[in-house]
Design a protein around this ligand. Structure first.
Ligand code: C2E
Ligand code: MG
Ligand code: MG
Ligand code: MG
Length: 290
């Protein structure tokens, strides 16, 4: 831990820094062991037609199944893994899991054409990514169009020509590109004409302020969702609303014309066996909360 000068020039430890350092070291060790021991897995959350409730795809979300601590969420793992570079290895594991399980999901009635959406960190955009993806998809027997690559503005921010070229190659392969958490960052709109974007995911903060009232914040959020949807459609992009938790939010988003929804109202992220159980059996089961 870093030392600070205390009163009388005595060297003291800042307990907050000490705790953070310990936590970080613990996360780093969980990641290292987790990669070696195969503790990482993808959970899957349906993305459904706004009107039909029928899944068009599933987002793969990273979890670490720790034998003692249980299931760990991605937030702290991703930030530490991006800092020490291990996100590239973890991202690959999630990608493999996602592709393997898409094949299992595809065999269920009504879900043959669904896609899997995988979150990519900026560090994963190496030169060899298109070749590696081509190989992985080929081995899994998956058409590239059934892989959606979710990126945030962190990938696009520096307007790196290398990243731009890699994205174009992925798009040319037939993979689709989704802009995640749209509307929260800087100059988001300009990304739509500088990069090959197919899907815009409206950040859940906008959706969560749709409460069915007429507060100023709510009116403004609704106008932003309308604006983003109109512009995205004019740019030939499909629109997903994230974080849909209530029937009322769904109703409003449907009126606005948002194409797809993802959120607890339809389903939480599920581990693969639960997901397969949810959708096995009768095709009508494919529709969620409709
Ligand atoms: P994201 O890509 O925006 O994923 C959506 C997050 O919203 C997920 O959190 C999901 O569980 C949560 N969510 C879905 N529906 C609802 C809802 O109705 N209400 C609320 N309150 N939350 C909802 P999760 O799984 O904790 O993931 C958090 C973030 O971690 C992701 O945000 C993504 O940025 C990152 N992440 C997850 N998996 C990966 C991965 O494999 N690689 C990388 N690089 N990042 C990942
Ligand atoms: Mg995402
Ligand atoms: Mg998001
Ligand atoms: Mg997010």
């Amino acid at each position: 831990a870093r030392k600070r000068d205390g009163k009388n020039g005595a060297r003291v430890y800042d307990p907050a820094i000490l705790t953070r350092t310990r936590e970080k070291a613990e996360i780093e060790s969980d990641i290292e062991v987790g990669i070696a021991a195969n503790w990482f897995e993808a959970h899957f959350q349906p993305i459904v037609g706004m009107a039909t409730g029928i899944p068009v795809g599933f987002e793969a979300l990273m979890r670490l199944r720790h034998p003692r601590k249980g299931l760990l969420p991605p937030g702290p793992l991703v930030s530490v893994a991006e800092e020490n570079g291990s996100i590239a290895a973890i991202g690959n594991l999630i990608l493999e899991d996602a592709i393997a399980n898409l094949n299992r999901v595809s065999r269920l009635p009504g879900l043959g054409d669904t896609y899997v959406a995988v979150n990519f960190s900026p560090l994963q955009f190496e030169r060899c990514l298109p070749a590696r993806l081509t190989r992985m998809l080929g081995e899994g027997g998956i058409l590239p169009a059934r892989l959606v690559i979710e990126i945030t503005e962190a990938v696009l921010m520096h307007d790196d020509p290398e990243i731009r070229r890699t994205l174009s190659e992925l798009h040319d392969l037939g993979c689709r590109i989704a802009l995640d958490d749209f509307g929260t960052g800087y100059s988001s709109l300009s990304y739509l004409n500088r990069f090959p974007v197919d899907i815009v995911k409206i950040d859940q903060s906008f959706v969560q302020s749709l409460l069915g009232g007429d507060s100023d914040l709510e009116r403004k959020s609704r106008m932003l969702i309308e604006g983003i949807t109109t512009i995205s459609h004019q740019m030939q992009c499909k629109v997903v609303a994230e974080g849909v938790e209530t029937a009322q939010q769904r109703q409003q988003l449907m009126q606005i014309g948002v194409d797809y929804a993802q959120g607890y109202h339809f389903s939480r992220p599920r581990e693969i066996n639960d997901l397969l159980a949810d959708f096995s059996g009768h095709p009508s089961k494919a529709s969620l909360a409709s």
